[in-house]
Design a protein around this ligand. Structure first.
Ligand SMILES: Cc1cc2nc3c(=O)[nH]c(=O)nc-3n(C[C@H](O)[C@H](O)[C@H](O)COP(=O)(O)OP(=O)(O)OC[C@H]3O[C@@H](n4cnc5c(N)ncnc54)[C@H](O)[C@@H]3O)c2cc1C
Length: 408
C-alpha cells in the first residue's frame, strides 16, 4: 500500500498551500496531494472574472507551475476521489478502491455547488461555476446563447452577470431574498451593486424564486418563477452556494455538520487529521466566537499555514482577520472583517462617484469595511477591524479624515 507522511485531500487553494507551507517550514518527509480534478492546483477567483471573459489563459490560473511540485517533491495524485477514511488504521480509500496510508491527513476538499431541486434542474444548459471545467462548459455554450438567467445574487452570481454582460449577453439575476449580497454585506452596499448592475443592463429580480426550469428537446428554454412569470433563456447558471465536501470524514466519526469542526490549530476531532479552507468549521472571533466556514482565498491560505505549522511542531493559533475581494465591471470591492451582526453602517465618500466605503460597527466598534475603489480605506481600516477600535461615527463618515487617524 502506498504510504505518505502527509497526505492532503483536495488540490485547491487550501491543499496546495498546505504543501507549500510544509516545504517552506522545512518539512522533509513525503507529501502528496490527492484531488478529484485532473488539473494541477489552480486559482478559482478568476473563473467568474477574467477566465470567463477569455482574458486569462488556462496556464495562468495555476497556483504554481508543474516544475515547482516536482522540485518540492510533492506527489500529485489527481483524478481520484476519496470515498472513505479509516482513522484508526490511518489509511484512506479512493474511488478506484486503492488505499493510501498516511501519518497525517489534511482534509482540504472544499465544497460542491448547491444545485436547484426544482423540476428541470438536470436539463442540459444548466451550469454551475466551481471548477475550470464548469467554466469551459459555459464558454463553449455561449456562442449559441443570447440570454442567460443567473440564479443567486451573491458574489459569484454577480461576477458572472458582469462578465456575461461584457460579453454582450442579456442577463437576468434571480435572487430569493430581498436584496443581492444579503448574506455578506449591509443594505447600502447591496443597493449600490443592484444599481450598478441595472445601469449596465442586467435585470435583477429580488424576492424571486425559480420553481421550474423549462426545456425543449432536453435543453433549457427558460425558467418559471414563483409568481407565474416565465423568463425565456438558453442558459441557466446556478450560483447559490456550496455544500462542504466532508462526508467521508463525518462518516468515520469526525465532529461537524455544516463542515468538519476544527480547533484553532485546524485539528479535527480525529487523531492526526486536520481540515483547512472552505470545508473547515471553526470558531472565529470576528464572528463573535461562533463556528462558521469562511469561503475565501485568505482563509484557505491562512488555515493551510496554521495546519502546516502544527504538523512541523511550531503551532500557532488561527487568528487571521478575514478579507475578500470581488471585481465587477470597473468596481473593485475589497472587504475586511465580517459585517454580519453589525448594528450601524457608516458610508464614507459618495457612492455616486463609485469610490466609497461602508464601515460596519457593533456597539461603537468597527467590525468590518466594504471598500469600493477605495484601497486606502481598505489598507488603513485593517487595524480598526483587527483590533475592534471604537470610532466616532460622524468623524468616520467624513472621508477627508483618514482612517489611520483613528488608530492613534
Ligand atoms: C468562481 C469563484 C470565484 C471566487 N472568487 C473569489 C474571490 O474573488 N476572492 C476570494 O477570496 N475567494 C473567491 N472564491 C472562493 C475561493 O476560490 C475559495 O474559498 C477557495 O478556492 C477555497 O479553497 P479550498 O482549497 O478550500 O477548496 P477548493 O478550491 O474547492 O478545493 C477543493 C478541492 O478538493 C477536491 N475534492 C473534493 N472532495 C474530494 C474528495 N472526496 N476526494 C478528492 N478530492 C476532493 C475538489 O474537487 C477541489 O478540487 C471564488 C470561488 C469561486 C468558485
Amino acid at each position: 500500500m502506498q504510504a505518505l507522511d502527509v497526505l492532503i485531500v483536495g488540490s485547491g487553494h487550501a491543499g496546495a498551500q498546505t504543501a507549500i507551507a510544509l516545504r517552506n517550514e522545512g518539512f522533509a518527509g513525503t507529501v502528496g496531494i490527492l484531488g478529484k480534478e485532473l488539473d494541477l492546483p489552480y486559482e478559482r477567483p478568476p473563473l467568474s472574472k477574467e477566465y470567463l471573459l477569455g482574458n486569462k489563459e488556462r496556464d495562468r490560473l495555476l497556483i504554481r507551475p508543474a516544475s515547482y511540485w516536482q522540485q518540492q517533491r510533492v506527489e500529485m495524485i489527481l483524478g481520484r476521489r476519496v470515498d472513505c477514511v479509516r482513522p484508526d488504521e490511518r489509511y484512506l480509500c479512493d474511488s478506484d478502491g486503492r488505499k493510501i496510508r498516511y501519518q497525517r491527513l489534511v482534509w482540504a476538499a472544499g465544497g460542491v455547488p448547491r444545485t436547484l431541486s426544482c423540476p428541470g434542474a438536470e436539463l442540459s444548459g444548466v451550469h454551475v461555476v466551481r471548477s475550470r471545467a464548469d467554466v469551459d462548459g459555459i464558454r463553449d455554450a455561449l456562442a449559441s446563447t443570447s440570454k442567460v438567467v443567473v440564479a443567486g445574487g451573491g458574489y459569484i452570481g454577480l461576477e458572472v452577470a458582469a462578465s456575461l454582460v461584457k460579453l454582450g449577453k442579456q442577463v437576468v439575476v434571480i435572487e430569493a431574498t430581498e436584496r443581492v449580497l444579503a448574506r455578506v454585506a449591509g443594505p447600502k452596499l447591496s443597493s449600490f451593486f443592484e444599481a450598478a448592475h441595472r445601469s449596465c443592463g442586467v435585470e435583477i429580480r429580488t424576492r424571486s424564486q425559480i420553481v421550474a426550469v423549462a426545456g425543449e428537446n432536453g435543453r433549457v428554454s427558460g425558467v418559471h418563477l414563483h409568481n407565474g412569470d416565465i423568463i425565456a433563456a438558453q442558459m441557466l447558471i446556478v450560483g447559490i452556494g456550496i455544500v462542504p465536501a466532508v462526508a467521508p470524514l463525518l462518516d468515520c466519526g469526525a465532529e461537524g455538520g455544516n463542515g468538519v469542526a476544527v480547533d484553532e490549530h485546524c485539528r479535527t476531532s480525529l487523531p492526526d487529521i486536520y481540515a483547512v479552507g472552505d470545508c473547515a468549521l471553526h470558531v472565529n472571533r470576528h464572528a463573535r466566537n461562533t463556528a462558521l466556514r469562511i469561503e475565501s482565498v485568505q482563509n484557505a491560505v491562512d488555515q493551510a499555514n496554521v495546519a502546516a505549522k502544527a504538523i512541523v511542531g511550531k503551532p500557532v493559533a488561527y487568528d487571521a482577520t478575514p478579507w475578500f475581494w470581488s471585481n465587477q465591471y470597473e468596481l473593485r470591492l475589497q472587504t475586511i472583517g465580517l459585517s454580519a451582526g453589525h448594528d450601524a453602517e457608516v458610508v464614507r465618500g459618495d457612492p455616486a462617484t463609485s469610490t466609497f466605503s461602508v464601515v460596519y460597527l457593533r456597539q461603537g466598534k468597527v467590525i468590518a469595511l466594504d471598500c469600493v475603489n477605495a484601497p486606502r480605506d481598505y489598507v488603513q481600516g485593517r487595524k480598526l477591524v483587527a483590533e475592534g477600535i471604537a470610532c466616532d461615527q460622524a468623524l468616520l463618515g467624513d472621508a477627508s479624515v483618514s482612517l489611520k487617524s483613528f488608530c492613534a
